[in-house]
Design a protein around this ligand. Structure first.
Ligand SMILES: [Zn+2]
Length: 470
């Protein structure tokens, strides 16, 4: 047997007798550690600290986090469909920028009021960069000026009566049962609370503060962005891939304990325009008059079939909706059909477009009218471009905080989905403790918000444990 022939055998026996027992021993010892490990609800990252010191420090940051949240609820920051940026958002962005830059990390406020924070790596090896996003605007859909947050300590499980007849109760909101004995925050009932997404903003600012005050905490590069205009669907409009280009990204805008949104719909708006010809109808057979509406209705009926309607869709199924039809201009006789396509799988959207085009061609010939199509991509499924390590990293990080990961598929869009379209970079959406967003009965779980903050440090640790492959 030549050495060349014997080589595989040598490698195999080397693996069997050295590598395998070694890796077995490693996995055994880590399993032992795992069984010893109890849910950790405090900042155990400072190895030199005693448990008591850690608990004290954790309590301090937990209090800071809640106080910060209550402070941010007093910042009016509603976005609006009708202006590029509202004065309230500008004021909020400036206040946040002033607060964050004091922590000493490179911080940038752009002319479009995005705030970027760049926390440089403090380790010697090349680790994954982590990215976190959130939005500081609040929805224009319900009153949001002069928010008066109410902190309820040791919630007793009874219905909470807010002003204007709004009631929060365990009957309508079963998750409140989990909050008995804990701290929750509600509005007074005259406005929203704005936990969507002031919870995310508070978590990230407190995270930055904690890293600034505890430089011994080892971490790779971290990039953070605070975005405006999310609640009017424009969070990604002016985002820039230069300051925000992480390997693994998370959006802090999710719901309750342990929740992680792994995917969402792809969304496209497809407009078909049917061009009729204007002339007097009485001589239509001779003068070339063509009505636009009959072919438009035909196109609508064939391309938005009953079985594709939103109310016939659930779970993993997507839908096609003929959202509206309108006459662009009565004089020019042009009918417009506005279709909304939603699907987890982009292939289904592409195949609908192929089908609709062939229908449009036939109708155009049959009715002798011109038909044109325009496509607008609205947002994209984040799972299409995400590092394969990201889910395991997130899952472990949530478990390390003593929580059970709950994976979710969002039958809509997320901020991450808007960023995905602009930056072609997927991100999971992490829970923040917000409940009932965009409602007078919006409320916050203080504990869930704190857990989310803890998960961020576990994400750092999990990222450092994961080898970076390019
Ligand atoms: Zn939000």
């Amino acid at each position: 047997m030549t050495f060349k022939k014997a080589l595989p055998l040598i490698v195999a026996s080397l693996f069997l007798f050295t590598v395998y027992p070694l890796s077995y021993a490693v996995s055994l010892s880590s399993r032992k550690e795992e069984t010893k490990q109890k849910p950790v609800y405090l900042l155990s990252f400072l190895r030199e600290n005693t448990a008591q010191q850690n608990a004290k420090m954790a309590a301090k940051y937990r209090q800071t986090l809640l106080e910060r949240f209550l402070k941010y609820t007093t910042y009016d920051s509603q976005s609006s469909d009708s202006t590029p940026i509202t004065p309230e958002q500008i004021e909020t962005a400036e206040k946040l920028y002033d607060e964050i830059k004091q922590f000493g990390f490179p911080t940038l406020l752009t002319s479009h009021y995005y705030i970027y924070v760049d926390i440089p790596s403090n380790i010697s090896w090349d680790a994954f960069s982590l990215g976190f996003s959130c939005h500081y605007d609040t929805t224009p859909d319900i009153p949001g000026k002069g928010i008066k947050a109410q902190k309820i300590k040791k919630y007793n499980g009874k219905p909470i009566e807010l002003q204007n007849g709004h009631v929060l109760s365990t009957e309508t909101d079963p998750y409140l049962k989990e909050m008995i004995g804990k701290t929750i925050v509600t509005s007074d009932g005259t406005t929203m609370l704005s936990a969507d997404d002031k919870a995310g903003v508070s978590i990230l600012v407190t995270f930055i503060q904690t890293l600034a005050e505890n430089p011994s905490k080892k971490h790779g590069p971290i990039q953070i962005v605070f975005a405006p205009n999310e609640d009017v669907g424009r969070a990604a409009e002016f985002i820039e891939g230069t300051p925000y280009n992480p390997d693994i990204a998370f959006d802090l805008d999710g719901g309750t304990d342990g929740e992680l949104t792994l995917s969402n719909f792809n969304a496209e708006k497809v407009i078909y325009r049917v061009y009729g010809v204007n002339a007097h109808q009485s001589q239509a057979a001779q003068n070339g008059y063509r009505n636009a509406w009959t072919p438009a209705c035909e196109l609508g009926a064939q391309c938005a079939k009953e079985e594709w309607m939103p109310n016939r869709s659930s779970g993993d199924q997507g839908y096609v909706e003929l959202h509206h039809m309108n006459m662009v201009d009565g004089k020019s006789n042009v009918a417009e059909l506005d279709f909304r396509l939603r699907d987890f799988n982009q292939k289904n959207i592409e195949s609908w477009k192929g089908y609709a085009d062939s229908v449009a061609n036939k109708i155009s010939e049959r009715f002798d009218v011109k038909i044109e199509r325009e496509v607008y991509k609205q947002y994209q499924n984040v799972s299409q471009n995400i590092r394969p390590e990201a889910q395991r990293i997130a899952e472990n990080a949530i478990k390390q905080a003593g929580l059970t990961p709950r994976f979710k598929k969002e039958r809509a869009g997320t901020t991450a989905a808007m960023l995905m379209l602009k930056l072609n970079r997927g991100a999971y959406t992490l829970f923040t403790g917000q409940n009932n967003p965009h409602a007078f009965t919006e409320w916050l779980s203080e504990e869930d918000m704190y857990h989310s903050y803890l998960v961020l440090f576990n994400l750092i640790d999990e990222t450092l444990r994961t080898k970076k492959w390019n």
